[in-house]
Design a protein around this ligand. Structure first.
Ligand SMILES: *Cc1c(COP(=O)(O)O)cnc(C)c1O
Length: 242
């Protein structure tokens, strides 16, 4: 920090910090793409705004982070109200069936479809409202007991059930890796999700092949990019914490 920053207004300071976070994160994304021989435009960035105020979330969107993610409906609603369709909203957290009515129509994507009862409720409400909801199937690749998601062996039979639910548009898979002090240790989890996607497509379980892999957070996004992520979900490293 240079001495001058102490004289900035808090809001200017916040903007300067946000811009610096965006700049340094972009540089890391670009470097990971270069290592993996991937084009930068293959990867979408979801700014996870759950740790910050409505004002900071709005600043982030104004700075060009137009995909925003929230993991709890109650915390998301004030941000949705304030920011509205200036951002494309992603629901990334565990979703209870009784909250589906608040999510469908407000969020363009659901990243946490992990059970048939939830799929049926999303389908029911989507059809009622004449919508089709883009969903990621969440898989618990690491097998950690604290994590939500389908077990890998449940994925294919679960995906087959979705053929009967026209209110759901499956577009890919999502996973969360365990927190690792050494991010490299997450690689098998991300590789595992990519292999599951390829298997799903090879077996043509869904009417259309799926492309998307939602994987990688602040601690491990570079590894996820190297393993094929098409969406990374970044909170603390990109938007910060307040
Ligand atoms: C909070 C959260 C993130 C972002 O977390 P960071 O480690 O701060 O980047 C990503 N995905 C999900 C599902 C989350 O709940």
């Amino acid at each position: 920090m240079n001495g001058q920053e102490h004289h900035l207004e808090p809001s200017e300071n916040r903007l300067a910090q946000l811009r610096e976070r965006i700049r340094s994160t972009e540089a890391r994304i670009a470097a990971a793409c270069a290592r993996a021989g991937r084009a930068r435009n293959e990867i979408g960035v979801i700014a996870v705004t759950k740790y910050v105020s409505v004002e900071t979330a709005a600043l982030a969107v104004a700075e060009g982070l137009t995909h925003a993610g929230e993991n709890r409906v109650q915390d998301a609603l004030p941000k949705l109200q304030h920011i509205g369709d200036k951002a494309v909203w992603h629901f990334i957290g565990h979703l209870q069936s009784n909250k589906v009515k608040d999510v469908v129509g407000r969020f363009a994507y659901i990243h946490s479809l992990d059970r048939l009862s939830l799929a049926k409720e999303i389908n029911r409400i989507a059809l009622n409202r004449g919508l089709r909801v883009r969903c990621f199937l969440q898989v618990n690749v690491s097998g950690e007991e604290t994590k939500h998601g389908l077990r890998p062996e449940q994925l294919i039979p679960f995906a087959a059930e979705l053929a009967n639910l026209p209110g759901i548009e499956p577009i890919g898979l999502m996973t969360m890796a365990p927190y690792e002090a050494e991010p490299e240790a997450t690689r098998p989890v991300f590789r595992g999700l990519r292999e599951l996607r390829d298997e799903l497509n090879a077996r043509a379980v869904l009417p259309d092949p799926v492309r998307e892999l939602s994987m990688g957070m602040s601690n491990d996004f570079e590894i996820a990019i190297e393993e094929g992520a098409t969406w990374i979900r970044l909170g603390s490293v990109l938007v910060g914490r307040e």
